[in-house]
Design a protein around this ligand. Sequence first.
Ligand code: SF4
Length: 235
Amino acid sequence: MASNKAYISEIFSSVQGEGRYIGCRQVFIRLSGCVFDCPYCDTDFSAEETVSVGEITLSNPAAPDSVAEAVLHEYDPRFIHSYSFTGGEPLLAADFLEECANILKYRSGRKTFLETSGLIAEQLPRFDGLFDIMSIDIKTHSDKVLENIPVLFRTVTGLKMSEYYLKLLLPENFRRELLDIVVGQMVSFGIKDIIVQPVDNKINGYDVDCLFRAFYENGIAARVIPQAHKLLGIR
Ligand code: SF4
């Protein structure tokens, strides 16, 4: 029988620094491992032999019920907005994710939140409804992204219960043709809003003008939102 244990990089409480729920207090459960190798990745998702949950120490790989119980014990659910499963790529540990999110969601009454690279979209329907909110990245530095976009958009627009939003990760020297592809695919799938997140919080005036024109001309409500946790100097 396959193990549903997973390697956890860190568990901590902080402020969500990105996207639609910027500013909300969350407990972050960062899983180890990723499917991609983004050149701008600044996330340490490697795992140690143990992981701390407040005063509790768990061995890696950790069982989903142990993680959920430790999180419930150490962080009073009344004072958090949601539990964020992040990475790396949390969808690589799908069985762990399902069990741990289930326990947290139904024992705490708080929301469950998934942060995914969007590169294994086929896993998302399994979690429709289990996660109240899905934050889905669109990476813009690789042609692999272009191939993935139609599958990703078809999948997210098919979600019936989870709220989702798209976050376009935009490097300073973004490729205009890639933006056109994203906009074109959004129009074809009827997706009407997007958050643009400049990589390293850097964007120049020309980019902003070009961006808003591309989205607004096509009826898409775009917002540029930086990574607030970096501005605040917190993780
Ligand atoms: S998908 Fe995210 S975690 Fe993975 S390499 Fe890219 S930025 Fe890092």
